[in-house]
Each structure stands twice: as C-alpha cells, then as structure tokens.
Design a protein around this ligand. Structure first.
Ligand code: 13P
Length: 253
C-alpha cells in the first residue's frame, strides 16, 4: 500500500484570529482541489474554532499544537481532548521539541498524551528528533529509537496505526539548516525499523513519517520524494500561503 503524503503547517505562537482566518482562506482557496495529499493546519488554541469554521467539511484538516492527558479538572492553562474535538480537531501535535526543551515535557508525559489522544480518536502527530549535540556525538539513531519506543510504550498495534510520526532534528528547526534528504531518509528508516521491532512489518510500512525542520518551497520536493519521507511538518514556511502552497504542490514522482 502506497503511503499518502501529508503536509502539515505548525503555526506555533503566531497569528491572531483575523490573521489565521485570512491565511487559511488563502490556503483553502488554492488547495481545495488537491487530491493526492492530506493537508493539515495547526493554529494556536485561540484560533482553532474560527479556523474550523472556514475549513469544516473541506480537504484541509485541523490540528492542535498540544493537549493535556487528563480528561478534565484542576489543570490551569491546559486543554483536554474533548475540548479539541469540540472545535473540530482531527489531529494533535505532541512531543514537539519546543515543548520538550522549553516546557520540560518528558517522554513519559508525551506517552500519556498520545494514549489520551488515541482514546479520544484524535490522531497524534508525535514528534521526535535529536539535538545538535546528540548528532555530533553520533547517537542520532539511538536517540530516535529510544524516543520512538517511549512514545509507543503500552500502545496496542491497532492504536499504533493511528499515530503519525514527525522526525524533526532539533538543530534544523527554525535555523534554515535542513537534514540532507539522504540523512533524513536514513533516520526515517531507523524509525521504521524500530516500529518493526515493536509491532510488525505492516505497521512499520504503513506508518506516515513526516520530516520537519526548515522545510521550504525550495527543498520540499527533494525531501518529499525520498522513499521513507511521507510528508512535512512545516513551521516558518507554513505562515505564508504562497510558500505553504508551493510545498503542497510539490511534484511527487
Ligand atoms: P521550521 O519549519 O520553522 O524549521 O519549524 C519546523 C517545526 O518545528 C514544525 O513543527
């Protein structure tokens, strides 16, 4: 089974409601006839509802940028899976490196969040990736292997099929430095092999694994045409409709 490409825009802490709506309208207007790729946008929490009202029942799908694992209660500042479903989220980004490094999210917390999202039928976009220091030490493969194992700990084979992985080398995020297509593809292969060891060949072969980290309209096509790269999780270039659309329109050969 050929894996479908998925292009996701992570808007991070950018855009007010007005800005978010005009950005998504421009994306939708130009991407509504795209049939060969899945398209996802991840606005901030405050814009989810407004953006959902624009894209509801279209081919552009909604993601949140994070979520808490408890269903409700005294967790000031947190957002639950029910709240995300209520505003139309089909996906949620979990374990982003900014949440790991700035907000101290651990592998075990991220694992709880993944489980909660799956229980709520929201597809987790589970982020992993090595730091520059780890890459220079030559331990990239073991880092992503361990992150993958920790993320999927206790998750059934059936549930695992609903997870999307985003490999985002931390040193490539927002820096203008991208992993070479061959390097990225190799790491994606390591992730697939890890999934094979946890589950089986089918789960590994069907898993959508996105690349993220300075993907843009110039390098997208080469990255997206690598055998193990199934799409992109895009930050900076997702904030400009023309750049995001150019990535969506990358030719896959
Ligand atoms: P940039 O595309 O800005 O490097 O960000 C990548 C990212 O972190 C997406 O989640």
């Amino acid at each position: 089974m050929a894996r479908r490409k998925l292009i996701a825009g992570n808007w991070k802490m950018n855009n007010t409601n007005g800005e978010a709506v005009s950005l998504v309208k421009e994306i939708l207007e130009n991407a509504k006839n795209v049939v060969d790729k899945d398209i996802v946008v991840a606005p901030t929490f405050t814009c989810l509802s407004e953006v959902n009202s624009v894209i509801k029942n279209t081919n552009v799908k909604l993601a949140a940028q994070n979520m808490y694992h408890e269903p409700s209660g005294a967790f000031t500042g947190q957002i639950s899976s029910d709240m995300l479903k209520d505003v139309g989220c089909e996906y949620v980004i979990l374990g982003h490196s900014e949440c790991r490094s700035i907000f101290g999210e651990t592998d075990s917390l991220i694992n709880k969040k993944i489980k909660r999202a799956l229980e709520a039928s929201i597809k987790p976009i589970f982020c992993i990736g090595e730091t520059l220091d780890e890459r220079e030490k030559g331990i990239t493969n073991s880092i992503v292997e361990n992150q993958t194992k920790a993320g999927f700990d206790g998750i059934s084979l059936d549930d695992a099929k609903n997870v999307i992985i985003a490999y985002e080398p931390v040193w490539a995020i927002g820096t203008g430095k991208t992993a070479t297509p061959a390097d990225a593809d190799n790491v994606h292969k390591v992730i697939r092999d890890t999934l094979k060891s946890i589950y089986n060949d089918t789960v590994a072969e069907n898993m959508i694994i996105l690349y993220g980290g300075s993907m843009n309209e110039n390098n997208a096509s080469e990255l997206l045409n690598m055998p193990n790269i199934d799409g992109g999780l895009i930050g900076g270039a997702a904030l400009k409709a023309d750049k995001f659309l150019a990535i969506i329109n990358s030719k896959i050969v």
